[in-house]
Design a protein around this ligand. Sequence first.
Ligand SMILES: NC(=O)c1ccc[n+]([C@@H]2O[C@H](COP(=O)([O-])OP(=O)(O)OC[C@H]3O[C@@H](n4cnc5c(N)ncnc54)[C@H](O)[C@@H]3O)[C@@H](O)[C@H]2O)c1
Ligand SMILES: [Zn+2]
Length: 355
Amino acid sequence: MERQKVIISEDIKAALDGAVAECHADRLLVLVDETTHRLCWPVVSSVDCMRDAHLIVIGTGDEHKTLDTLTHVWQQMQQCGATRHSLLVSLGGGMVTDLGGFAASTFKRGMHLVNIPTTLLAMVDASVGGKTGINFGGLKNELGVFRNASSVIVDTVFLDTLDHENLLSGYAEMLKHALISDDPHMLYRLMSFPIADACDAPFLQLPTRLVAESIEVKQRVVLEDPLERGLRKTLNLGHTVGHALESLALQRRPVLHGYAVAWGLVCELYLSHVKAGFPVQRLRQVAQFVAEHYGRMDFDCRDYPELLRLMTHDKKNVAGRINFTLLSDVGRPVLDQTATTAEIEESLDFLREGN
Ligand SMILES: NC(=O)c1ccc[n+]([C@@H]2O[C@H](COP(=O)([O-])OP(=O)(O)OC[C@H]3O[C@@H](n4cnc5c(N)ncnc54)[C@H](O)[C@@H]3O)[C@@H](O)[C@H]2O)c1
Ligand SMILES: [Zn+2]
């Protein structure tokens, strides 16, 4: 897979005109969910190239990342006369870019695709890396294909309307990228940026450069290992425990993916310390940042068996062994690690008690 073309934009209109012109498409379609239709479409609808765009609006939220919605998108494509020379612009968070990417890859065996991610999580994670798909049969991202967009246009102007929780959710993936990056200062740039105030104070916008360097980390990893045979597993840091916490929360009060990842990072850095020598001082700094910004998840040791059960069923496991990506230091991944039940429980104790 080629390196994904990512345009870091400070002029969304010019970036969009350029990306659309490059595709020489015979028809332009734009996919939005109800929320990005209301909040993000007005930002781009006045761009010249959008004049004759056919708008497809789908429901908001992951519960709409389904075959029914995909069918609706395919039908709309057919009805407006789209061909394999047409272009789909996905304007939205990861749900829209995942579903749009799958629809564009399969209609007429694949049409042009441009992603405009509008959540922080989609900017730094979902819209880059070529994974597209929908949920199916009760399982997340069960159907899909690998397919890069022709261009991904990243413009932080869209973050102006994003709520605090979704901003923090994306920020957790940025922390993860910083932890696996070669540049140890990236983590400190993130932990010293006043992200807690960024939502309320317009002058405190998240700097584009922090977003751009985070995307660069993901790009580099994906380019070296597009199909997740080795190095790409480093992107799973925090996700073995994170997914288990996310699933446990689903049984009570759901939490955003990034919150679960932030808590998962604390547990997996603890395991990294115990098993791979990750420096204790850095572990404490990250744990403190996460407690301050993401709070603590409401669970106790009676939930440990269920959390372990969920980790045992994680799809990344091989031969029933709970699989972790750990770090011996920032930027030093140790792949395919496992841990004992006692060690995992200790990491959960550490998350709950912070010591
Ligand atoms: N393909 C990948 O590699 C990859 C990686 C990570 C996550 N994902 C997928 O991404 C999805 C999660 O991404 P997400 O958090 O962006 O979800 P999302 O698309 O559901 O967006 C979250 C919420 O924010 C709203 N929103 C979007 N842009 C907004 C804006 N600018 N202002 C205000 N509200 C806005 C959405 O309407 C939605 O309500 C999941 O489906 C997940 O599976 C994919
Ligand atoms: Zn994630």
